[in-house]
Design a protein around this ligand. Structure first.
Ligand SMILES: Nc1ncnc2c1ncn2[C@@H]1O[C@H](COP(=O)(O)OP(=O)(O)OP(=O)(O)O)[C@@H](O)[C@H]1O
Ligand SMILES: [Mg+2]
Length: 317
């Protein structure tokens, strides 16, 4: 049986979504159990697998299921001569640094492309300075250029709240107005994702009453727990073919517990973990050179002293 969602020939579909309302299936469960079903829904299976590589992110995993299911059902509705509703997929991502916002936005861009929702599926990340100009009219022009480049893909505005920084007279407002106009203009084929710290994003949205309803999908990226960060440590080491000694594991866990408490807001979560792993790889290499030991066991093993947090070059934020 041909699978409409796998077919690239059909016309584009617009998706109906209200993320908050749908909460019916267990978020950890795949929609499909049998191999045959998985094969039939290969795009979803592919992205489920991709997301499995990431720790946590349950809301995102659920959203991907929802989008897929909606498109599939819309397609089936069209086959039956029923309406397939047009709606919006613009999103708000709220969370601290290193919680996976950019990573997820990239994956979603690819996902929407493979589902034919976006024609190109490329990812473009911008910040205030890329959108806001220096004189009257300059901002609209700059923002329109960015929109042109983002066409067919995902436009990701990091620290989006900074667009409201200077109040009514600031050119940031002009950038917001230009983005909103593009969102309403159906010629523009793109998904806009505004990202930033939760509190600042909430404040930003409250200052712009017309905005929240234009972003029906809002995803929270909570700080990772100590256990989740430890899982990331193990996973990143495994991917790189290293093994962590028991005392090494204990040492890292104690450290993470401490820094999570001290740096709740600015702590860079997953990025910090990636950076300490990369530093540990360098430190282990220096140790091995010093010890002159290059047997397989030595090459594999990451020891406590390879995580030297006292004189680390890795920034916490
Ligand atoms: N759930 C996760 N599982 C595994 N690794 C993760 C996860 N989340 C983040 N990371 C790691 O952390 C790094 C930083 O993530 P990312 O750049 O997506 O964060 P961000 O939320 O966009 O941060 P910022 O707000 O500072 O831009 C990623 O490159 C990845 O290596
Ligand atoms: Mg980012």
């Amino acid at each position: 049986m041909s699978n409409p969602v796998n077919s690239k020939k059909r016309g584009r579909i617009n998706v109906v979504l209200n993320h908050k309302r749908v909460d019916t299936f267990n978020q950890n469960d795949s929609l499909f159990q049998s191999e045959q079903e998985k094969e039939e829904h290969e795009i979803l299976s592919k992205f489920e697998k991709k997301l499995e590589e990431y720790i946590g992110l349950e809301e995102v995993k659920r959203l991907v299921n929802e989008i897929y299911a909606w498109l599939y059902v819309n397609q089936r509705r069209e086959e039956q001569g029923l309406k397939a509703s047009k709606q919006v997929l613009h999103m708000i991502f709220k969370g601290n640094p290193g919680t996976g916002k950019t990573t997820v936005a990239r994956i979603i861009a690819q996902f929407l492309h493979e589902l034919d929702v976006l024609t190109k599926g490329h990812f473009m990340e911008v910040e205030r300075a890329d959108l806001v100009g220096e004189y009257i009219g300059h901002t609209a022009q700059k923002t329109r250029e960015v929109l042109k480049k983002a066409s067919g893909g995902v436009l990701f505005v990091d620290e989006a709240y900074s667009l409201a920084r200077g109040g009514e007279k600031d050119f940031g407002k002009e950038a917001i107005d230009t983005l909103v106009k593009a969102m309403e203009d159906h010629q523009h084929d793109f998904v806009l994702i505004l990202a930033g710290y939760s509190k600042e994003m909430d404040y930003f949205l409250s200052l712009n009453p017309g905005l929240p309803s234009r972003f029906p999908i809002s995803i929270d990226f909570p700080n990772y727990s100590t256990d989740q960060l430890m899982e990331m440590v193990k996973q990143m080491l495994k991917e790189r073919e290293y093994e962590l000694s028991k005392d090494g594991e204990y040492h890292i866990k104690e450290h993470i517990r401490k820094v999570r408490q001290e740096q709740q807001r600015t702590f860079s979560n997953g990025r910090y973990i990636r950076n300490i792993i990369e530093e540990a790889i360098r430190l282990q290499a220096v140790r091995l050179l010093r010890e002159n030991s290059f047997d397989k066991e030595s090459l594999l093993t990451m020891k406590r002293e390879d995580f030297n947090f006292h004189s680390s070059h890795v920034k916490l934020t």
